[in-house]
Design a protein around this ligand. Structure first.
Ligand code: HEM
Length: 465
């Protein structure tokens, strides 16, 4: 790192946070592009819990202390919006959906959608989940019989996509091919948005470059399926327990109006995206850690055998599966989303440092979840960190895999239920083992995924039912 801007009083007596000065004009842009989380980690180590640097002319504050995160995400959250150039490209695909919208519009949408994610309604989706998992793992038996490895990360993506589409549309999809089309289109679309974040002056989507054409085609495919199901459902009005029917029922308290089609499309695309990659990653990393930590795996198996015996798990079991839950919590501690962003609408003070209006705020759950003041021996996988007696003194924002404050992940209950039921159903039947020479590396983009997949062998734990 070239030179340092020390913590110093400004002309008005306001202290500026310390941080690297970076290069002329570009600031720390190249360091960030090279290795985002690596760079942020280095900044935190050198400058502490709040650091300041520039990226191509923008002032950025990296905020890492739980108290400061509470300030940004909760206490003064109205001042911290999503109007940043990094989030803007996402609107090309997800419009004014819940993740990308802001202000009063976001608030109204959130209020309309919240009831669909009410605990009792989410619990009704539990049955879908277990049935889907069982269908999928039935196909694993022949790998188990032949001792042939399987890419478990790809399997988890498949499973989560199935659960995401079924929870939203139940029987609305015409075939499994449509699930594959949704997954493929979302992948193209999200990679395109990421590319536009990296290359802000890329030709606008209407210019017929190869990349733009691929994006437009993928978006067309995704929209085709979403609108078809939406129109069918509006016409038929069938009684189902899926999320779509709950969204169709949503009514504005004041006007009594429902959600219009275009907005419904943005919300569905957002929920599909939010609902599958994060959950599949969590499950993949859980299998990886279990295969590396046999004593944790043994305790998990002991709990599953004691609580479930030979029967499949149901939503009623979830509260009894405390250790299963701790394994999943610890997985999300080590492998959360790498980074979130906000913009300060008005000037503010965080941790005694001045934050000017328009500054960007970088938040890294990945780094805070390893903050040595709150997580001793932070890289060790230890589910017992989440025992109530060990968690009691930990500040709320030392652990925030689902964000926090008003913009807390709307799908967090569904995600937790899905992860618990999936882990329990699979671990009850199989033990997964990493193929020894398979490379494992975390790829950190919007989420944290295993870059080279996870080649694992499948060992039956008990004769399959
Ligand atoms: C392990 C699984 C999941 C993780 C780790 C996760 C993580 C997050 C995080 C960190 C945020 C906050 C983003 C921010 O503050 O900028 C968020 C928001 C969101 N998530 Fe999730 N999520 C998961 C599952 C889901 C599921 C299953 C759904 C949908 C069914 C979903 C839908 C959303 C939506 C719509 C938002 C935006 C909420 C708003 O701003 O009002 N997520 N998620």
């Amino acid at each position: 790192m070239a030179s340092v801007t020390p913590a110093a009083p400004t002309g008005a007596g306001r202290r500026l946070a310390p941080g690297p000065r970076g290069k002329f004009l570009l600031g720390s842009l190249l360091d960030l592009r090279r290795d985002l989380v690596g760079f942020l980690g280095q900044v935190t180590t050198e400058y502490g819990d709040i650091a300041r640097f520039t990226v191509a002319g923008f002032t950025v504050h990296l905020v890492n202390h739980p108290d400061h995160l509470r300030h940004v995400l909760q206490v003064n959250s109205r001042n911290y919006d999503k109007q940043s150039h990094e989030y803007r490209p996402l609107k090309l695909a997800f419009g004014e959906g819940l993740f990308t919208s802001d202000g009063d519009f976001w608030k109204k949408q959130r209020r309309l959608m919240q009831p669909a994610f009410h605990r009792q309604r989410i619990l009704k989706l539990g049955e879908f989940i277990v049935r889907d998992v069982v269908d999928r793992i039935d196909t694993w038996q022949r790998y188990a019989d032949r001792g042939e490895p399987l890419d478990v990360a790809a399997e988890m993506v498949n499973l989560s996509m199935n659960v995401a589409t079924k929870s939203l549309f139940s029987t609305g999809l015409r075939s499994d091919d449509e699930v594959t089309t949704i997954a493929r289109s979302l992948d193209t679309v999200i990679n395109y948005c990421l590319y536009r974040t990296m290359v802000p002056f890329a030709p606008p989507p209407k210019v017929p470059t190869r990349r733009n054409k691929e994006f437009t085609a993928a978006l067309g495919e995704l929209d085709g399926i979403i609108y078809r199901i939406l129109h069918e459902r509006r016409e038929q009005g069938t009684e189902t327990h899926d999320l779509l029917s709950m969204l169709l029922e949503a009514r504005d308290e004041e006007t009594g109006e429902g959600i219009p089609d275009k907005q419904m499309r943005d919300e569905i695309a957002t929920l599909l995206l939010g609902g599958y990659e994060t959950t599949s990653n969590q499950l993949s990393w859980a299998w990886y850690e279990l295969s590396r930590n046999p004593e944790v795996e043994e305790r998990l198996h002991e709990e599953l055998d004691r609580v479930l015996g030979d029967r499949l798990p149901t939503v009623a079991d979830v509260s009894e599966l405390a250790y299963t839950n701790r394994v999943l919590e610890e997985t999300l501690r080590l492998y959360p989303v790498p980074w979130l962003e906000r913009r300060a609408a008005a000037e503010d003070t965080i941790g005694g440092y001045h934050v000017k209006a328009g500054s960007l705020i970088y938040i890294s759950p990945y780094l805070t979840h390893r903050h040595p003041d709150f997580w001793p021996d932070p890289d060790r996988f230890d589910p017992d960190r989440f025992l109530p007696e060990q968690s009691v003194d930990r500040p709320r924002f030392a652990y925030f895999p689902f964000g926090g404050g008003p913009r807390l992940c709307i799908g967090n209950r569904l995600a937790q239920l899905e992860a618990q039921l999936t882990l329990a159903t699979i671990a009850q039947r199989y033990r997964l083992r990493m193929v020894s020479d398979h490379p494992v590396e975390a790829k950190m983009q919007v989420t944290t995924s295993p870059r080279y997949g996870l080649r694992m062998t499948i060992e039956p734990r008990r004769p399959s039912a």
